[in-house]
Design a protein around this ligand. Structure first.
Ligand SMILES: Cc1cc2nc3c(=O)[nH]c(=O)nc-3n(C[C@H](O)[C@H](O)[C@H](O)COP(=O)(O)OP(=O)(O)OC[C@H]3O[C@@H](n4cnc5c(N)ncnc54)[C@H](O)[C@@H]3O)c2cc1C
Length: 437
């Protein structure tokens, strides 16, 4: 009988193991803790929440909430344990993390189809089915072997992410489409600044508080082209105007004015609903990022779907390496799940473990794998991370901007709650077709 190896008993690996086990498939689950720790985990228990104890919203008008409902329909094994471990937290779904990990560990250890092996995996076995769910803090030796398998440039070790906003929230009375020197199609959105606006922006930027890096992240080296915007700004008031905010060749033909500085936004997804701020990778606190972005002319009401972050994060170049089924393009025996695929967040990690588990079971049974449609949040996430058109791939969490477009009345589109309710209704109806036993 075919047996599946899973590397990592974190959120994704635990969910995947239970998915396979309930389908009668034997699993060997490898976990390196407590023999080797990651720097963020504190216990030897499975599915440990390393930082906050909140999974965010459970409301279907919130993208992360909708994802949780989809996971329940698909038969997530960890969702019921989340509810058993729930603690009061207003609108958020928060848990007693120790109780949760304890329950997951017990459920896995008692399962006759799962054998737990407490050792570090240092090499991928390409000849047998395996789910790699070793997380953002994958051990160095395994990371080196994954790099070897995928190719030198397909594994990253650090996030340096620029914020992403929804195009619908841009004010085009001030912003304009244009490529520098009018070359090619007008792909970029440009937000022009005069001297006074730039000075205000610079003042906010240089006085904003930053997020403390963890001790294991302090040695991180950034490429010069990937420096945080606040580091560039600290080199002098004009550094940004000669760097990412260079105004030359970007004149709005409606005004004909030479700008003092220009913030450019680059398309971030296929349907062009999301745009990232060019050169804005940042480690500023989220409140300050919002203040800074909304001080930019044209972005006064920007809806930020993803804040900039900088932290240690091992993730593969999924657009080049994976199918939306989470199966490796290079070797069908291998699936990837969790944060290592480039989705980010507790809920997203469990969700991708769920999909990888379902698909690994189908692979072993020689059945067609599940590719979820982009009308669902989980489908949209897996399509986003495996979309080959990314110019620079960075991890993402669930958000409305990645869902397939939906025809709707103009009035409804403007009402966020009504719009999200419609998108959620469509997502839940769609995912019902993929309901698992
Ligand atoms: C410091 C930090 C803080 C975070 N805070 C939050 C937060 O507050 N909210 C949020 O939503 N998300 C947060 N995340 C992001 C993410 O949701 C979590 O990291 C999540 O746990 C990822 O799930 P995972 O299953 O992919 O990996 P993990 O849960 O990390 O599981 C991977 C497992 O693999 C094991 N492992 C690694 N290498 C090997 C090996 N070679 N052999 C055997 N086992 C191995 C590890 O010990 C670990 O148990 C945070 C991430 C980090 C790094």
């Amino acid at each position: 009988m075919t047996e599946v190896k899973i590397i990592g008993a974190g959120l994704a690996g635990s969910e995947a193991a239970l998915q396979l086990a309930k389908r009668g498939i034997k699993v060997k689950l490898y976990e390196m803790r407590p023999n080797k720790q990651t720097g963020a985990h504190k216990t030897e228990k499975f599915a440990e929440f390393v930082c906050s104890n909140s999974l965010g919203s459970y409301d279907i008008t919130n993208a992360s909430g909708l994802l949780k409902h989809e996971m329940e329909i698909l038969g997530s094994e960890l969702m019921p344990i989340i509810f058993e471990s729930q603690v009061p937290a207003g609108g958020a779904l928060a848990i007693d993390r120790e109780l949760f990990s304890e329950k997951v560990t017990q459920k896995i250890e008692e399962n006759p189809n799962i054998e737990v092996i407490r050792e570090e995996v240092t090499k991928i076995d390409e000849n047998s089915p395996c789910i790699i769910a070793s997380g953002p803090l994958t051990s160095d030796t395994l990371a080196a072997d994954i790099k070897n398998f995928l190719g030198e440039e397909y594994l990253y070790f650090f996030d340096a992410i620029a914020p992403i906003i929804e195009k619908d929230s841009v004010n085009f009375e001030k912003a304009f489409y244009l490529n520098r020197y009018n070359k090619g199609d007008a792909d970029y959105i440009n937000c022009p600044m005069n001297k006074e606006e730039y000075e205000k922006f610079y003042d906010i930027l240089t006085n904003a508080p930053k997020i403390e890096l963890k001790s294991f992240e302090k040695d991180a080296k950034f490429f010069e082209s990937c420096l945080p915007i606040e580091v560039l700004a600290s080199r002098g008031v004009d550094t940004l105007r000669y760097g990412p905010l260079k105004p030359v060749g970007l004149v709005d033909e409606r005004t004909g004015i030479e700008n003092y500085a220009v913030v450019q936004l680059r398309q971030d997804n296929k349907s062009a609903s999301l745009y990232n701020l060019v050169g804005f990778q940042t480690n500023l606190k989220w409140g300050s990022q919002k203040e800074l972005i909304q001080s930019i002319p044209g972005l006064e009401k920007a809806n930020i779907v993803r804040y900039g972050v900088m932290h240690r994060n091992t993730f593969i170049n999924s657009p080049k390496s994976l199918n939306p089924t989470l199966q490796s393009r290079k070797n069908k025996n291998l699936f990837f799940a969790g944060q290592i695929t480039g989705t980010e967040g507790y809920t997203e990690s469990i969700a991708s473990g769920l999909l990888a588990g379902i698909n690994m079971a189908k692979y072993i049974a020689n059945e067609e794998l599940v590719e979820l449609p982009q009308e669902t949040i989980l489908g949209a996430l897996t399509h986003y991370i495996t979309f080959e058109g990314h110019t620079s791939f960075q991890p993402i969490n669930s958000n409305w901007g990645i869902l397939a477009e939906m025809e709707m009345d103009k009035k409804v589109r403007k009402n966020k709650k009504m719009k999200n309710e419609l998108l959620a209704k469509r997502a839940l109806e769609t995912i019902q077709k993929f309901k698992q036993n």
